[in-house]
Ligand binder design. Structure first.
Ligand SMILES: Cc1cc2nc3c(=O)[nH]c(=O)nc-3n(C[C@H](O)[C@H](O)[C@H](O)COP(=O)(O)OP(=O)(O)OC[C@H]3O[C@@H](n4cnc5c(N)ncnc54)[C@H](O)[C@@H]3O)c2cc1C
Length: 348
């Protein structure tokens, strides 16, 4: 008999988990209230380098090959295209940052991701560039609207999606609204506080705002980065992002958010751009910046995948595969992502 899982939440975490569960032979029903404010607002950028510290993103050597294969398979199965190559140019904030890049660009562990700085990079004239610039190799961008259309189509062909609020009161042990499930998987993002089974695992709510602007002069073939990112969207439109507003559970856009983003943009261009649109979402963030994956300490059929923070599109494909291998084959979870680390710490 096939196992039947109910997944609550169809953001990038729930959707990727559904695909892996189905591929490993389970039946899946996924329920979502369409209030998604994170995965659909996200810029979808996958950048292997953390500029602030000039370090490689956590486990990037594992995540990158896996996510490319995962997304390409969904693209092929649904005749769509949403995984786009992205050229990222970092405009250095200081001479020290330039020196740090030069120090790392030749190292075996960084060379897959950093282009060597050339004269052209130092003299780059497409934006304000007082300290020179460097280019990233192996960066990508997910077109999130096409991604959701495609993955929803894929899941509907192989499983069931229900568009409604999951009402916690209607869950009686493993039965939800009359159907018995082998497991209930909570992928509810920042709304984890409403999930009484996992509410003690603190998911911080980190609000982020983005602008869509029109510019006459910004380059359309590269994503510039300093203080903020500029993501070209075609037809002279660009997304500018994003703010980090810690412990802020609201999803409204604010004048202050817009002001901060435009101030950050002024480090890249002096052009006075027109703002066409402003959006906000909430990143589900954890204290140790690692995902939360695992099983409830007493109810062994209740599971969670959450805490993808600012990098859902980079982490979700492989983290959800590791989660499904754990659920279906009993493969042990990496202690760094297993929620047992919090239970141990809280001594519960
Ligand atoms: C401004 C901004 C920019 C970002 N940019 C990037 C980026 O460039 N690259 C990147 O990788 N990441 C980015 N992120 C982060 C990314 O959006 C998150 O990591 C990711 O969306 C988290 O996915 P999730 O599935 O865990 O949560 P969510 O996307 O929030 O999904 C949870 C789902 O559960 C549903 N749900 C919750 N409770 C219930 C219930 N009771 N009943 C039914 N449904 C329920 C919600 O409606 C939602 O659809 C950005 C985030 C923000 C806010």
């Amino acid at each position: 008999m096939k196992k039947h899982f109910l997944i609550v939440g169809a953001g990038v975490a729930g959707a990727c988990t559904a695909v892996h569960l189905i591929k490993s032979g389970a039946n899946v029903t996924i329920i979502d209230n369409n209030k998604n404010v994170s995965s659909r607002v996200a810029a979808g950028i996958i950048n292997p380098i953390v500029f602030r510290r000039m370090t490689k993103s956590w486990r990037i050597d594992d995540f990158l090959p896996f996510l490319k294969t995962f997304y390409k398979e969904i693209e092929e199965d649904t005749s769509s295209s949403f995984l786009l190559n992205l050229s990222i140019r970092r405009l250095f904030a200081s001479k020290q940052e330039q020196l740090l890049w030069l120090e790392k660009e030749g190292r075996d562990d960084f060379s897959p991701y950093l282009e060597r700085i050339t004269r052209e990079d130092l003299d780059y004239s497409g934006a304000k560039n007082p300290f020179g610039s460097g280019r990233i190799k192996e960066a990508y961008c997910i077109d999130v609207s096409v991604f959701f259309k495609s993955i929803t189509k894929w899941i509907k062909e192989h499983g069931t999606i229900i568009s409604e609020e999951f009402d916690y009161k209607n869950l009686k042990e493993n039965t939800y609204k009359g159907t018995l499930y082998d497991g209930i998987v909570f992928c509810v993002g920042h709304q984890n506080k409403d999930c009484k089974y996992f509410e003690e695992l603190t998911i911080e709510q980190t609000k982020g705002q983005l602008l869509t602007i029109k510019s006459k002069t910004l380059p359309e073939n590269v994503s510039l980065n300093r203080k903020c990112f500029i993501l070209p969207k075609g037809k002279r439109l660009f997304k500018i992002g994003s703010t980090y507003e810690w412990n802020n559970p609201t999803t409204n856009t604010t004048k202050q958010g817009k002001k901060n983003l435009l101030e950050n943009l002024s480090y890249i261009t002096d052009e006075s751009v027109s703002v066409l649109h402003q959006e906000a979402g909430i990143r589900p963030t954890t204290k140790d910046r690692r995902p939360m994956v695992g099983t409830h300490k007493t109810v062994k059929t209740y599971h969670i995948l959450n805490g993808l923070g600012a990098k859902g599109y980079m982490l979700a494909p492989l983290i959800s595969k590791e989660f499904v291998d754990y659920l279906m084959k009993g493969v042990e979870l990496d202690p760094k992502i297993n929620i047992s680390r919090y239970y141990r710490r809280n001594n519960t």
